[in-house]
Design a protein around this ligand. Sequence first.
Ligand code: UD1
Length: 419
Amino acid sequence: MDKLEVFGARKLKGNVHISGSKNAALPILAASILSNKKIILNNLPNVKDIKTMIKLLESIGSIIKYSKKKNSITIQNKNKIKTFASYNLVKTMRAGILVLGPMLARYGNAKVSTPGGCTIGVRPIDIHLKALAKLGVNYKIVDGYVHAKSKKKLKGTKIKFPKISVGATENLIIASSMAEGTSILSNCAIEPEIKDLINFINCIGGKIKWIGKRTLKIQGVNNFKEAKYNIMPDRIEAGTYLIAAAVTEGKLKISGINPNIIRTEIEIFKKLGLKIKIEKNQINIIGTKDIKSINLKTSPYPGFPTDLQAQLMVLLCKSKKLSIISEEIFENRFMHVAELNRMGAKIKTKGNKAFIEGNTNFKSAELMATDLRASVSLILAALIAKGKTTINRIYHLDRGYEQIEKKLRKVGAKIRRVS
Ligand code: UD1
């Protein structure tokens, strides 16, 4: 199994270009099931989760052509597809459950494996299923598969999500887009990736509009049209490289990202003492020795994202005083703490809170990566530790970061993959 070797204590300098967003591309790929017309998608990130989702589409009969243009594909669905998503394809990637909504909307039946993905919490799909039931779906779970059916076409209705869920909002937006009549979805997630999904569906002929801060009105349509769509940039990748500049006290230009979609993160980085200058589609950051402490909680957008919590924790280890992070989204998202402590960090956890003592001089070590964002947090710590750090079991990292070693090497890191 591949591992990474990082030789730390080097300041990063230069330009990092941000790839397309994995979490926007996954629901958009799933939504392509709605249509039997040609769809061209540009700016797809070249990461494992996207390859898995494309394999899933191919396994049900979609014809995918890779264009000569980098990171671009054409999808052409037949009139009939297999409404089946196997455990083998869905086990590594939670977003596999997103094919349930479009399969039901177009064909009225689906058998989809319950999802896998990162081990950061229980991650149930009850909100997806109960909301789909309101559109007229009957379902049961047998041997790890959701067996779902509707007697007729899905029927638009009013749905209020009991809790904000990115995935459930996406599944229901996609399903309602092809349901009969109008759906009103309230208490929706409003992450930029949700907005990208809506822009995509509207681009292929859907009728979705916001009628409140977290409320959507969706008019179902029967047929979709050909379209070309550019996936938005990855805001979590951008945040990760901003933190990489900060921890190494370097100087980076992060390009290809609209700074407005990471305004909360930028405000927090400024509070911590980092110098940040915003230009159109570019963020310039200069690191500092003097990182301030902070008390912060993760929350749904526009709050601070749980997907940057592990990375931020590495930066807070450099502060002079105690910082506290409350993880409000997932119940088991501190798996990086044990490994960071092995590198010299002084972090204690109690329930969903992490107490980060600061004043850490990271030391190199042999490490084991766990979930996707935890894996990248170990790289960040390794970038500032003197000596060689080896990070084992990095397959989660490849699920979500495009060419991370190449991008880091380009700005001065000494990092290599050992196969
Ligand atoms: C998505 C992102 C993930 C991010 C998360 C929160 C993708 C592919 N993944 O995951 O990177 O960390 O949003 O921003 O876009 N929940 C339930 N029942 C459900 C669904 C969710 O209880 O049916 C709970 C979850 O366990 C969690 C919370 O709701 O505690 C939020 O999860 P959700 O927003 O659904 O996350 P994902 O869509 O899985």
